[in-house]
Design a protein around this ligand. Structure first.
Ligand code: NAD
Ligand code: ZN
Length: 341
C-alpha cells in the first residue's frame, strides 16, 4: 500500500510503498478515505526536539482519519466489513487504575497511532476494534477524519460550564475554531476569541464568535462584556506563554481555566496572585475522554447544532505532503486534510 513514512531520523516524510498492515484477532483493517493533518505531524515532519525524543523510525505517520472497514479479526463482534468509521487514536491498556476509574484519556500506558505505532497517512490502517467509532450515514469522511481534534475541542469546552457563560478562547487554530462553534451550540452567552492571525480571526467570526480580536484588544473586549469582572471560562488553545498569562489575567475570580495548548517550555506563573487568591480552577486537557467526549460529539453533529466544515480550508492528496506542511506552517490555513481515496 501507499504510505507517508518517516524512514529514518531526520526531517521530511516520503510517500512510499509498504506492506499492508496485518490485523490481530481483536483488530480491524480500515481503508482510509480522509485524514486530518495536525501540528503533531508537523513536529514529526520537521523532526524537532520533541519528535527526536519520542518517535522511532521507520513509522507511518498520521492519527486523524475516517474510512471503511474492509477486514475484521476473529474476536471482533461489533464492527463489520463495510462500516464507515473513525477511531480514537490513543490505544490504552484498559487495565490500569486510570482506565478502570473512567480516566483512560490519561492512561500512563497510552500508545498513539502515527507516533508510537503506524498511523493513518496510508491506504490502510489496523486499529483495535475497541477504538473504532461508527459514523452516522450523514457524516462525511471529511468530518469523520477530523473527529480527533474536534474531540479535543469538545473535551475542553464540555468539561467547563458553558451554558450562559462568558467565554474567552485564546488561540484560533483549528481546535480553537471548533471550540468557538461548540461553545455557540452549547449556549455560551458571549464568546470572545483571540488570535494574532487575521485569517483565523475571520474564521472565528464565521464560527460564531461575538468578538474576534487581536490579543492586544482582548482585555478591553472582556472587560466590556463582563462589567470588568472577567470571563467565567477561558479555553486556552494556543500554548503561547503570553496567551496563558492573559488567560490567567482575564478569567474572573472563581472562574475556570481549561488548558489545551502545549507550551514549548516551562513558564513562570504567579500562583499566589493568579490562581490561589483568585480561587480559580485549572483543568489540564489530554486528548478526548473515552468515550463521553465521542458520545457528545456525535450528538452535536447529529442534531445539526455544530458544523465544523468552515474550518476545513485546504485539501491535498498524499503526494502533496510538502505543500500541506507549508500551508499549515504559513498560518494561512484552518484545518488541512489529506484526501486519501
Ligand atoms: P495551532 O497551534 O495552529 O493554534 C494556535 C493558535 O494560537 C494559532 O492560530 C496562533 O496564531 C495563535 N496564537 C499565537 N499567539 C497567540 C496569542 N498571544 N494569543 C492568542 N492566540 C495566539 O493549532 P491547534 O491544532 O488548534 O492546536 C492548539 C494547541 O493545542 C497547540 O498548542 C497544540 O499543541 C495543542 N494540542 C493539545 C492537545 C491536548 O491533548 N492537550 C491535543 C492537540 C493539540
Ligand atoms: Zn490504562
Amino acid at each position: 500500500m501507499r504510505a507517508l513514512v518517516k524512514p529514518t531520523a531526520g526531517p521530511g516524510l516520503v510517500l512510499t510503498t509498504v506492506p499492508d498492515p496485518v490485523i490481530r484477532d481483536d483488530e480491524v483493517l480500515i481503508r482510509v478515505r480522509c485524514a486530518g493533518v495536525c501540528g503533531t505531524d508537523v513536529h514529526i515532519y520537521e523532526w524537532d526536539r520533541w519528535a527526536q525524543g519520542r518517535v522511532r523510525p521507520p513509522l507511518v505517520v498520521g492519527h486523524e482519519f475516517a474510512g471503511d472497514v474492509v477486514e475484521v479479526g476473529h474476536l471482533v463482534t461489533d464492527v463489520r466489513i463495510g462500516d464507515r468509521v473513525t477511531a480514537e487514536g490513543h490505544i490504552v491498556d484498559g487495565r490500569c487504575l486510570l482506565c478502570r476509574t473512567g480516566n483512560a484519556h490519561v492512561c500512563p500506558h497510552t500508545r498513539i497511532i502515527g507516533v508510537d505505532r503506524d498511523g493513518c497517512f496510508a491506504d490502510y490502517i489496523a486499529m483495535p476494534a475497541t477504538n473504532v467509532w461508527h459514523l452516522d450515514d450523514t457524516t462525511s469522511y471529511e468530518v469523520g477524519g477530523i473527529h480527533d481534534p474536534m474531540g479535543n475541542a469538545f473535551h475542553t469546552a464540555l468539561t467547563a460550564e458553558i451554558p450562559g457563560a462568558n467565554v474567552l478562547i485564546t488561540g484560533c487554530g483549528p481546535i480553537g475554531l471548533f471550540a468557538v462553534g461548540i461553545c455557540k451550540a452549547a449556549g455560551a452567552a458571549r464568546i470572545i476569541a483571540s488570535d494574532v492571525n487575521e485569517t483565523r480571526l475571520a474564521l472565528a467570526r464565521r464560527m460564531g464568535a461575538h468578538d474576534a480580536v487581536h490579543p492586544g484588544a482582548a482585555g478591553a473586549a472582556v472587560r466590556a462584556a463582563t462589567d470588568g469582572l472577567g470571563v467565567d471560562v477561558v479555553l486556552e488553545m494556543s500554548g503561547v506563554p503570553a496567551a496563558i498569562r492573559q488567560a490567567l489575567e482575564l478569567v474572573r475570580v472563581g472562574g475556570r481555566l481549561q488548558m489545551l495548548g502545549i507550551p514549548a517550555a516551562p513558564l513562570e506563573v504567579d500562583f499566589a496572585r493568579d490562581v490561589i487568591f483568585k480561587g480559580i480552577t485549572i483543568y489540564g486537557v489530554v486528548g478526548r475522554r473515552m468515550y463521553d467526549t465521542w458520545i457528545a460529539m456525535s450528538r452535536f453533529l447529529r442534531a445539526g447544532i455544530f458544523d465544523p466544515t468552515p474550518v476545513i480550508t485546504h485539501r491535498f492528496p498524499l503526494d502533496a505532503v510538502d505543500d500541506a506542511m507549508r500551508v499549515i506552517t504559513s498560518g494561512e490555513a484552518g484545518k488541512v486534510v489529506f484526501e486519501v481515496a
